[in-house]
Design a protein around this ligand. Sequence first.
Ligand code: NDP
Ligand code: 8X3
Length: 252
Amino acid sequence: MRTVLITGASSGIGAACARVLAGEGYKLLLCARRADRLEALRNEIHAQYPDIDIHTFTLDVRDNERVKEAINSLPSEWQKVDVLINNAGLSQGLDALQDGDTDDWDRMIDTNVKGLLYVSKAVIPLLKESQQAHIINLGSIAGKEVYPNGNVYCATKHAVDALNKAMRIDLLPFGIKVTAINPGMVETEFSEVRFKGDKERAKNVYNGLVPLSGLDIAETISFVLSRPAHVNINDLLIMPTAQATGTVVVRK
Ligand code: NDP
Ligand code: 8X3
């Protein structure tokens, strides 16, 4: 059975991927910064699927030394990784560029771009040993277009789009599949994080429409991972039915 390493597994899309892939028998390597959340998720999954092997570890993907150390010091039985889901990411603020907070910019660039690169570089040697290796990169509609006040977040997701294409080329000789999953609005903790804990403002983002759920994205990733060996889905854009572009939505 394949082993999947999921970054940002403590919440939203990452946690949903852990639940869905556990149901398919995957061994789970789960990481994020919040240890208590990882522990709760591990207990929840074990209650439903007692036979699934789960290893959790705390990781801030922005810390390259820690990323290298965490991957290099995985217990020997966990050193075979088949699937990497580069999911950890965030948006901070929604301001015009000229009003933006440079600490927010650093946090987004360090997490969404540099963190994804650090983790990929550390895990690729393990993926090269797998006969069914696959990297899933969480992009976004924000990586396909730019919307008002999205500036730096959109830039980081455009970078993920470019890196997904680059990985597809560079990893081709090793038979490592590479896929970008680019969602529109998914109701997770994403907007709460973007608006720095303002739950009311976060809730309003999804008012009057049915957004995607973490489960919708996890099921899509499960489908992508289940394609036959000769099939790679390079790039996938997935939106709520009520959303056409980053900003064109219909609310009831
Ligand atoms: P959540 O906020 O629910 O989850 C984000 C996850 O990323 C958390 O588990 C968080 O864990 C982790 N994370 C954040 N910063 C770091 C870090 N420095 N190191 C390690 N882990 C980190 O949001 P989503 O589930 O929605 O987001 C998952 C991905 O999907 C992101 O890349 C996001 O950009 C992308 N996406 C989301 C969309 C949406 O509408 N929700 C749409 C398109 C793409 P912890 O805080 O414990 O470290
Ligand atoms: C998250 C989706 O459109 O809010 O990547 O930026 S959006």
